[in-house]
Write a protein that binds this ligand. Sequence first.
Ligand code: ATP
Length: 372
Amino acid sequence: MEILNLNDKDNKLFYIGGVVRDEILNAESFDVDLTYEGNAIEFAKNIKGLKILKVNEPFGTVRVLIKNKEVDIASTRAEKYERAGHLPTVTKIGCSLKEDVLRRDFTINALAKNVHTGEIIDFTGGLSDIKNKTIKVLHDNSFIDDPTRILRALKFAVRFNFKLDEHTKLLRDNYLKNINYDMSFKRLKKELIETFNLNSQIAYEEFINAEIYKLVTPKEASLAKINIENFIDKYKKLINPDNIWLIYLGTIEDLSNLELTKEEQKIINDYNTIKNSQPKNDYEIYKLFESLKPESVLLYGIMVNVEIAERYLSKLKNINVNITGKDIKGLGIPPSSKYNNCFEYILKEKLKNPKLSYKEELALAKKFFEKE
Ligand code: ATP
């Protein structure tokens, strides 16, 4: 972590949360969170020459430019969950560092490090929990206040190979037996995406076995029969799926709470449309999958028939007809809907013999129209 060269006379500026955890773990950090013990906006305004880019008064945050980098500085703040499962309201800006830390999710995310002295402030036992690879909530209401923390716990457990502390696990399991579905599914979805984009079978098994999936839907779900991580890994390079998380989530029947985007919904709808099909030959397999996103094909493999999906992905997917309508026209055949029949005929031949050259395709086209 780079020490910022700010004139903070009172030593009240802290790195906080994930960035401190990551430094101790020697893990790459995605962003640097800074908190000023007091009002960060006033603090920033009082620093001569500091460029202020953006101020968010209600949250007490300020974006400044330091060494050509945009950096957010938050004020220490206290929060209250007025509606369980929804965003908390800010009750105080400029509270003590301790109060700020106590609103956080886990002890490992509740560490602060003084920017100037480098001292680590640990009010909740986060250092020893990092050492013992343990994820622990700060109080018994934690999951009731914010059930997305159940997924965050899973995400951090998988990312760092940590375990949930026994009491935290008990609180989680109790919550999962009595879920309040009046919650912010937008935040839940964000955590689902981050968790399952890690492509982890361990996360998936815990998600199903510990019934964490019930946060998404009360309907029953069971483990897919194949190892999803291995299956995705095998084809990831070839097909480059954008939404790995949705391949895992697609094994759950009801995603209606998640407000999928059009593109995400199409992946699920396409899978639902093909899931009862059992293509009998290469041509039928090809036609079943050819216009689908890779996520739908992988879902078919996971849930319906792995051999058929694998046949498509590893053998058939890259087979294409190379001649075009222009080529057929060049043979002196006037354009008509028969062109499509001709392409299908050549495709069938190519699926039998993928090595057919462009010239051979053209010869097949000729033959096709001679027969017509
Ligand atoms: P990542 O490396 O995934 O970004 P992070 O710990 O930095 O992990 P963020 O989501 O960026 O996670 O959140 C920053 C900090 O804010 C966390 O370290 C934690 O202290 C606090 N925080 C985030 N989400 C919650 C939450 N749902 N409840 C309480 N505190 C939270």
